[in-house]
Design a protein around this ligand. Sequence first.
Ligand code: TXA
Ligand code: MG
Length: 311
Amino acid sequence: MMINLITAVKAIQAGDVVAIPTETVYGLAADAFNLTAVEKTFELKGRPSDNPLIVHICSSDQLELLADQVPQIAYRLADSFWPGPLTLVLNKLPRVPDVVTGGLKTVAVRMPDHPLALELIKQTGPLTAPSGNKSGKPSPTKASHLIDDYGGKLPILDGGTCTIGLESTVLDLTQKTPKILRPGAIDAADIFQKTGIQVDEHATKPHDQIKSPGTRYSHYKPNAKVEWIETIPASFNSDCYYILHSTTPTVSGPNIIHYHGNFEKLAQNLYDHFRTADHHSYQNIRIEILPSSQNSYLIDALFDRISKAIG
Ligand code: TXA
Ligand code: MG
């Protein structure tokens, strides 16, 4: 059910869960200090209780409501990247409920770059918001995805299609050297360039992609089997959905999608493609192997999500 901002504020204050837009993906928002509301989020998503949630804020000052002895670099990063797709992991204050952090002593915080989300948080205070998908499935990037997943009952604040389409970069600031735990639209090079702060990169890189698809993850998975392809095939299978990015000219069709090197657009649409392929019951989703991440924006994040969808 689509609701407006005023109704969303009331719903959050009444302890309900509301789907909200962000620049990355839609989230399932609840009052971060309302235990019952946060528990409802876990239930709705079918999420394991030890997988912690990100708390969303609308100004850097609100870090002090959540984190203990906020380090100076957190403010430097916030100044450079907030509002935006960067989540900071910090030591939590005791007042942050354990259910939010899955029992961890740390809390993940970010300021989303979406006017509706920011206005909502201004009126409600900090909100937990995991990605709005059912646990293990692709994240929602438009309001219709949430209706597909939850039916008409879930209150949704419709803010249009998410501009980035992949979840935020998660940066752990509780270690000696900050470390990227989940790659996103902001990478180590961006962080260094804008702040001079050196961070450890996320471990798995695109050159490993064929070697180690990995079996330990269960995230972002459509029903169709996702696979890498090394080259563009000479002929296309009608029961496969192809996502191609190189500029080699080939035929196109409803199941043969070309990006011509536009990885930004590919990222924005990736989960929508996964959902479309399932909607039309394609057996396989075949994705052209990604180029090296050097100098290519979003490659690490795309590689991470796609390899988890494969694994
Ligand atoms: O872009 C995003 O971050 C979206 C939008 C809605 O803001 N949210 C999102 O939330 O992706 P979720 O719950 O799907 O992913 C949160 C990630 C998980 O990988 C979780 O393990 C990690 O952040 N995380 C949360 N709290 C953490 C903590 N205290 N320490 C380490 N990782 C944490
Ligand atoms: Mg998620």
